[in-house]
Design a protein around this ligand. Structure first.
Ligand code: OAD
Length: 237
């Protein structure tokens, strides 16, 4: 039997587009990271083996950039939903802007830039804030530290937890993701027929079934949707 829908529960699934207006580049837009860097050279276990220094440089640069950015109106509007709803944020982003905006239930499925882990023990995770990781920096087990980031070919974090939340959400808001990375894109299918489901992005190749697509900037559209939901209305009423 399916669990009942909880009308007071909102799940917000975010991608790089929610942080774009904070100055953090997305991955696949025209000026996106994957148009300027090779995934094979910086974001795979093979890249780490071949040239760990290059991988550390890439993520050290990301971390420094994120340290200098601030949450935008979309992050803040999402955090504000907590005033009325049990709000779960599931994010593909490695930045900490949801937390800095005040969201207190954030599930990171692709890792966190402010954490490092032992290269040989996925569970040996430490908080490093905005400090660089250098070759020779070791974890408690004496192994080289690596970024706590899910690379291509590695297992997504907290997937089952995220899936269970989607199954019971009364409202689902998807913001700023191209939905091109799996298995996270599959999570959307777990949302229920009776839930209000919206996706906000500048553009999207394929609209997921059952979701209303709102084209526009996250700062504007998410603020509007959040206000409507806080008034107890549907976004399209
Ligand atoms: P993408 O770069 O693939 O997609 C960004 C999406 O955000 C696109 O749909 C844009 O239209 C939208 N967008 C851009 N600016 C926006 C704005 N101001 N307001 C609203 N929408 C905007 O980024 P993701 O889907 O997050 O994984 O990428 C998924 C994963 O691919 C990332 O987590 C990362 C990457 O490889 C890892 O590194 C493991």
């Amino acid at each position: 039997m399916k669990p009942p829908i909880d009308k007071n529960k909102v799940v917000v699934l975010t991608g790089a587009g929610v942080s774009a207006e904070s100055g953090i580049p997305t991955f696949r837009d025209a000026d996106g990271l994957w148009n300027n860097y090779s995934i094979q050279q910086v974001a795979t276990p093979g890249a780490w083996k071949a040239n760990p220094e290059l991988v550390l440089d890439f993520y050290n640069e990301r971390r420094r950039q994120i340290a200098d950015c601030a949450p935008n109106k979309a992050h803040i509007a999402i955090a504000k939903l907590q005033e009325k709803y049990n709000t779960i944020v599931i994010t593909q982003n490695i930045d900490d802007l949801h937390e800095r905006a005040g969201s207190n239930q954030v599930i990171h499925v692709h890792g966190e830039i402010t954490k490092a882990r032992s290269e040989s023990d996925i569970k040996d995770v430490v908080s490093i804030g905005y400090k660089d990781i250098n070759l020779g920096d070791c974890s408690a087990d004496g192994q080289q530290l690596r970024p706590h980031i899910v690379w291509f070919g590695e297992t997504v974090l907290n997937y089952n937890l995220a899936r269970e939340h989607l199954k019971t959400a009364g409202k689902v808001l998807v913001v700023g993701t191209s939905l091109s990375v799996f298995p996270v894109a599959n999570l959307l299918k777990k949302a229920r027929y009776g839930a209000e489901k919206i996706i906000v992005a500048l553009d999207i190749e394929k609209r997921p079934y059952g979701y209303r697509f709102i084209r526009g900037k996250a700062t504007e559209m998410v603020s509007y949707i959040s206000c409507r939901w806080l008034e107890g209305m549907r976004a399209d009423e």
